[in-house]
Design a protein around this ligand. Structure first.
Ligand SMILES: *Cc1c(COP(=O)(O)O)cnc(C)c1O
Length: 395
């Protein structure tokens, strides 16, 4: 195993050296004002990344999955109805979690590769005249298929139907890498984790609750202890957690937020778009296609690339790791073996991406695919040339 190469999995992402150093710190008293100097900038920084003026931010020692559980158990009761689209492995898992908590999920089956249909949501919400549906779930960026859904459109659908349900958004692989507008989109709970856009190791569930979601906390019947946001809020008021916080990770998050804001969020989003577009040009030059069905749903954080019929796409990931010490993502669930994924979020540059495309090409040629060495790299180079610096605006 060679640790020099960047990883191209869609999380955990590459860690900048300054973040690694920030995570490595001496023990401090985690119930002291010293911890408050780490905690409060984290809460405020996350709120700015979510583009919310009023959301309450909670950070748990957990992962994105714990963020889903925080969202559900703090706001809902057994038997409550939720509406969710299933268009990949992550939306599938969130639905599964709802069902295991005794929620009734109205599932909108959606082809893997397509985004959430706001029109279908609207139709269902209009038909729900008794307002039985309590929450609408939306996976912003379906990491399994490289599909970005339009959350603003989901909000418009809810409003058009005049439906009072809350909107919960899984932004685990979008927040901090692509635009996310909690207030503008009327998101009631936003969920993310530490190991994707925030460039940290796994270990933090990061959530934002709207005022409406905080109100639902008071009546929610699902049991919760570890993930109870009321206990967490009490802890924060005393510069603490209800239990022991992962201080090093929190210090890393503080640094990550400073890095994102120093670059400028809009620049971060533009960089993700540029890197992703280079990958898409490469895929096109290889004669392959994305799982994502159309440009409106192309993800700027992960590309899921379909391989020809009869070829096992997972071999690309296996050989890249074995022969080139480079990590790409496998296909999950329904698309296992049919596609491989290039993660391109977090701490990445054009130059790093070219190395990933170069290795992907070598592997595909090694495995006998009809691809010309250098073709994808050249397409990406043509796109990246002069791009990075020229595009940047003052942070
Ligand atoms: C990674 C991811 C998750 C799960 O996160 P964990 O941190 O592994 O629990 C959930 N949703 C999406 C969209 C993801 O990309």
């Amino acid at each position: 195993m060679n640790f020099q190469n960047p990883v191209f999995i869609p999380g955990p992402t590459n860690m900048p050296e300054v973040i690694r150093q920030a995570c490595s710190m001496p023990t401090i008293d985690h119930r002291s004002p010293v911890f408050g100097k780490i905690l409060h900038p984290c809460l405020e920084g996350v709120r700015r990344v979510l583009k919310s003026a009023t959301a309450q931010i909670f950070i748990f020692p957990s992962t994105g999955t714990g963020g889903w559980e925080t969202a559900l158990t703090n706001t809902l009761s057994v038997g409550d109805r939720v509406l969710a689209a299933r268009n990949g492995m992550f939306s599938h898992r969130w639905i599964d979690m709802c069902q295991r908590h005794g929620l009734q999920v109205q599932i909108v089956e959606t082809a893997w590769g397509e985004g959430i249909s706001a029109a279908r949501y609207e139709e269902i919400l209009r038909a729900d005249t008794g307002h039985k549906i309590k929450v609408v779930l939306a996976t912003h960026n379906e990491t399994a298929t490289g599909v970005l859904s339009d959350i603003a459109a989901v909000r418009r659908a809810m409003d058009a139907a005049g439906h009072p349900a809350m909107l919960f958004v899984d932004g685990v692989s979008s927040i901090g890498s692509v635009d996310f507008r909690m207030d503008d989109w009327g998101v009631d709970v936003a969920v993310t984790g530490s190991q994707k856009g925030f460039m940290l190791p796994a270990g933090l569930a990061i959530v934002g609750f709207s005022t409406k979601a905080m109100k639902a906390v008071e009546t929610a019947g699902l049991p919760r202890t570890f993930f109870d946001v009321r206990d967490m809020a009490k802890g924060y008021a005393a510069n603490a957690f209800p239990y022991t916080p992962p201080v090093g990770l929190m210090n890393g998050l503080k640094t990550a937020l400073e890095m994102l804001e120093a670059e400028g969020l809009e620049n971060v989003f533009a960089r993700h778009h540029r890197i992703a577009e280079g990958v898409r040009r490469a895929v096109d030059a290889w004669g392959l296609r994305l799982c994502a069905v159309s440009p409106e749903v192309y993800s700027n954080t992960v590309s899921a690339i379909c391989t020809p019929e009869g070829f096992n796409a997972t071999d690309i990931v296996t050989v890249a790791a074995r022969d080139y010490d480079m990590a790409f993502g496998v296909g999950l669930g329904e698309v296992a073996g049919k596609l491989f994924r290039i993660g391109h979020l977090g701490s990445l540059t054009d130059a790093m991406m070219l190395s990933g495309l170069g290795v992907a090409e070598m592997v595909m040629v090694d495995l006998g695919l009809d691809i010309k060495l250098g073709s994808g790299v050249a397409a990406a180079q043509a796109y990246y040339r002069h791009g990075a610096k020229a595009e940047r605006v003052a942070a």
